[in-house]
Structures are given as C-alpha cells and as structure tokens.
Design a protein around this ligand. Structure first.
Ligand code: SF4
Ligand code: SF4
Length: 186
C-alpha cells in the first residue's frame, strides 16, 4: 500500500479527488460498467486509499471511453474522465501490463498517425497502423481477412481514401503539444 496522498495529489485537477463523498452518481451514469472490473467510484476510492497497483492494473481505465458522463454528473466537479486518462498514461509510463492491449494500440495508432500526417488524420493509415500494432499481441487471420475485405469495399466506394488530408499550417504547434505531453514513438 502506497501513501494515500500519492495518486490523489497527482490527480488533483480543478477539484481534487478527495472531494469525493462516494455518492456513486458517476457509476450510475456510466454506460460501460458492464465491461468494467471496478466501478468508476471504486477507482476513485482506491486511488484515495493509495491502492496504486490495483488502480493502474484494472480494466476499467482502459474500458473507459472518455464520454464525460461521470464528470458531468459529479456533484463535486471531479474530473473523473480526465483522471481515467491520466491513469492510462501513468500505467504506460510505469510499464504496467495493459489488460486490454488493443485499446492501448488504438490510442497509439491514432496519435502516431496524426503526428505523421501533419496534424490531420488519415483513417486508412490509422487503421493500417492499428492492425499492425494489434498483431503484435494477437494474430487472428480470419479477423484480418474480414477487415481487409471490408477496407477494400470502402476504398472502392471512396469512403477510405489512401491519401490523407494535407498537413495543417500550425503543425509546429501540434508537435509542441506532443513534445510537452512526453509522447514518444514506440
Ligand atoms: S459522482 Fe463524484 S462524488 Fe460521487 S462517487 Fe463519483 S466521483 Fe465521488
Ligand atoms: S468517461 Fe469513462 S468512466 Fe466516465 S462515464 Fe464515460 S465511460 Fe464511464
């Protein structure tokens, strides 16, 4: 057990986690609790109790889709969705095994594609990156074949162009944001 101030102190945003009085409104509104191993209010409680390892290795932080429902509902203005994002980053920083590697691969593919695309997203390139990253963890030949078939159909209808949009003029600012966030290519 780590000192109870460690995570809450680092998660302190507009309103600190310590303001949580366990009303459970966040969990009551979350649309993804069916797939979570801990409820959002339990993540907050465990973080307050300093249960760092349990919080950083749970599935919940990776299942969370950042829909912001919990943050909107919290009577204490706690940024629960932002905390979930921070916890994902912290888990990666500490090299903790991700229980849902496909989710981490998706985030990585998205960020990498935006950076390589001059601040714009090419869906075809992102999907290619995503499947390559995903295959490092699990190769499902049937799923791959089905996705290639679907991608080909979309391309034929002009819904998945291979060429991405032109770079943004302010790509320097985008790069600075990546740099400040500590992003590095895997
Ligand atoms: S809604 Fe806010 S105060 Fe209520 S349990 Fe969730 S985090 Fe705590
Ligand atoms: S942001 Fe995450 S934890 Fe909050 S309601 Fe949405 S899915 Fe649930």
């Amino acid at each position: 057990m780590e000192p109870s101030f460690t995570l809450p102190a680092r998660l302190a945003g507009e309103a600190p986690l310590s303001a949580c009085f366990q009303c459970k409104k966040c969990s009551g509104g979350c649309p993804l609790t069916f797939a979570m191993d801990l409820l959002p209010d339990q993540v907050i409680r465990l973080a307050l109790l300093g249960q760092t390892e349990q919080v950083l290795s749970c599935q919940t932080i990776w299942v969370c889709s950042s829909c912001q429902t919990c943050t909107t509902r919290c009577p204490n203005n706690i940024d629960i969705a932002g905390s979930m994002d921070w916890l994902k980053q912290e888990a990666l920083r500490r090299g903790i095994s991700v229980p849902q590697p496909e989710v981490a691969a998706f985030y990585r593919a998205f960020l990498d594609t935006v950076l390589a695309g001059g601040g714009r997203l090419s869906e075809a390139r992102m999907l290619t990156r995503f499947f390559l990253l995903k295959m490092r963890h699990r190769l499902d030949a049937r799923e791959l074949a089905a996705n290639v078939r679907l991608g080909w159909k979309l391309m034929k209808r002009g819904r998945l162009p291979l060429t991405g949009p032109p770079s943004l003029k302010g790509i320097g600012e985008i790069k600075a944001i990546y740099q400040r966030s500590g992003w590095r290519k895997p």
